[in-house]
Design a protein around this ligand. Structure first.
Ligand SMILES: O=C(O)CCC(=O)C(=O)O
Ligand SMILES: [Fe+2]
Length: 280
């Protein structure tokens, strides 16, 4: 089957491919939301057909996903017994999910049709106002699907990268809200307030119920966030698009192995060529 961006994305409502006042207004809206609380959602970015086709595609490759499980604090650091027991750096939670690596999504498939469509990258770049902005050159990670089901958890954390672009594809039957505490760390780590969030006694948490087809831009480096526990038999699928600040970047071999269960020759060839092991 051949896919056309026009069938999968609601380009009438969101003409990201055409310069003009409608596109300018959309970008201004997204920029305003990002400036306000580090999060912007474009509701119904995909058409119903787009949602169905990408969900089908995810179903067809789900068995190739890599399951991982670990216990982590919000900062992905090791335990430090020198700190008091109630310090947020000492609160560890189960994290488990399955990443379906990018090379499972065919060039002619529905997901890449959206990712590769005319104007998509420049639209995202303008929304984020990032000068240095390149597609992630990692063949396992430029566009992936995060799959999770009941019993899996994506607990409170700060991202290591500056921003994330996600596309909601399918929700679990219940649960799975995206919860975040906007800009909870700015000049300081603000451990007291972070601890309140972890103990579910903060009033700074925004709960976002993303629906299939919604495109989300999120600055997760300063905003503590999680996916609320999932319930029911249906899997949750979220596509994650990655962009980076340097051209030709790929993940570090250890991290790639951890996330996707394997590495490709390109990861080994480029290992050690740069100081930054940007991923996640
Ligand atoms: O699956 C999601 O909605 C968000 C996942 C997330 O927070 C992340 O990948 O860092
Ligand atoms: Fe995150």
């Amino acid at each position: 089957m051949t896919f056309y961006a026009n069938d999968l994305i609601d380009l009438e409502r969101y003409p990201i491919h055409q310069s003009g006042p409608a596109r300018d207004a959309l970008i201004a809206q997204v920029q305003g939301d990002l400036a306000k609380d580090g999060c912007a959602v474009i509701k119904g970015f995909l058409t119903p057909k787009g949602i169905a086709e990408i969900a089908n595609e995810a179903d067809s490759v789900a068995h190739l996903g890599h399951r991982s499980f670990n216990r982590t604090n919000p900062y992905f650091t090791k335990d430090d017994p020198a700190l008091p027991g109630d310090d947020p750096r000492r609160q560890f939670f189960d994290r488990s999910n399955t990443f379906i690596a990018a090379d499972n999504f065919a060039n002619q498939g529905a997901l890449r049709c959206v990712h590769d469509c005319d104007g998509f990258d420049s639209f995202i770049q303008e929304c984020l106002q990032e000068n240095r902005f390149f597609r992630y050159a990692d063949p396992l990670a430029d566009v992936i699907v995060n799959m999770a089901e009941e019993g899996n958890g994506f607990p409170w954390h700060f991202d290591t990268n500056n921003f994330t672009v996600t596309l909601a594809i399918q929700n679990a039957e219940e649960g799975g809200a995206f919860e975040y505490a906007p800009a909870i760390r700015a000049e300081t780590e603000n451990f007291d307030e972070v601890q309140k969030v972890l103990e579910e006694r903060s009033d700074q948490v925004t709960v976002l119920n993303l629906e299939p087809g919604d495109l989300q831009l999120f600055r997760g480096r300063y905003s503590l966030h999680r996916v609320a526990p999932l319930k029911g038999a249906r899997r949750r699928y979220v596509a994650i698009f990655s962009y980076v600040e340097e051209p030709d970047m790929v993940g570090a071999p250890e991290r790639t192995k951890q996330l996707y269960g394997r590495v490709l020759p390109v990861h080994l060839e480029r290992a050690g060529q740069r100081a930054d092991a940007f991923i996640d």
